[in-house]
Design a protein around this ligand. Structure first.
Ligand SMILES: O=c1[nH]c(=O)c2ncn([C@@H]3O[C@H](COP(=O)(O)OP(=O)(O)OP(=O)(O)O)[C@@H](O)[C@H]3O)c2[nH]1
Ligand SMILES: [Mg+2]
Length: 202
């Protein structure tokens, strides 16, 4: 297994996957390398449902093992929002800047001092005619009032990790990958790598 297709258009995720899989000698392709593949609608109500939708559709279209990532931010004071709508919280077309502005406005509206949140990531691995496998990861944090840091993507400038003393946008990619929801999900996947390699070489 030298090349793996990640069913994503998100360059921020793709960068993190590339760095994480490099350590295993695996090269990553994304949907940006396959412009002919149509957009898969994320109609699921959970990260797991959406991750399955994306991985299974693309595995069936390309007849190969495909990995997907469905992830997002859940804010306690907003009853778990933006959750599965994280990428399109402020509507289409997707915009990190508009999503962050809405997040800060919605939190301010509640008048609460509780700014705890978590990032969640579900990775799905689909192979045609096989049961899809899932790997999950989370990281806890606190939403800042102002943007801090310029690295990463999405909500990173507003996601402060108390145990590290930085937002995820102040971390290098390897620092973030060591502790992040995506890094933690990939650690679970890595534990299962022998089974995945057996699946793909069937
Ligand atoms: O600051 C962040 N740091 C992260 O590490 C992170 N991981 C996820 N997110 C947010 O959650 C959405 C995923 O939604 P999502 O899983 O549907 O992905 P997406 O639509 O961006 O791409 P695709 O993989 O579906 O093509 C993203 O767009 C972001 O807003 C993150 N924000
Ligand atoms: Mg998406």
């Amino acid at each position: 297994m030298k090349k793996l297709l990640i069913a994503t258009h998100n360059e921020g995720k793709a960068f993190e996957f590339k760095a994480l899989f490099e350590d295993y000698g695996i090269t990553i392709e994304t949907l940006n390398d396959y412009p002919e593949i149509p957009e898969i609608e994320e109609t699921g109500k959970t990260f797991k449902e959406n991750a399955a939708l994306k991985a299974e559709a693309i595995a069936n279209l390309t007849n190969q093992m495909v990995i997907s990532d469905d992830s997002g931010l859940s804010v306690d004071a907003l009853d778990g929002a933006p959750g599965v709508y994280s990428a399109r919280y402020a509507g289409e077309p997707k915009s990190d800047a508009n999503n962050n502005a809405k997040l800060i406005a919605e939190l301010a509206k509640t008048g609460t001092t509780n700014r705890t949140a978590k990032f969640h990531c579900t990775i799905a691995v689909a192979v045609p005619d096989e049961a899809t496998r899932f790997y999950e990861g989370e990281i806890a944090g606190v939403i800042t009032k102002k943007a801090i840091g310029t690295a990463g993507f999405g909500y990173d400038p507003y996601f402060y990790v108390p145990s590290i003393g930085k937002t995820t946008a102040q971390m290098t990619m390897s620092e973030k990958n060591l502790i992040s929801h995506r890094g933690n999900a990939i650690k679970q996947l890595a534990l299962d790598l022998p089974n995945l390699i057996a699946l793909v070489s069937k």
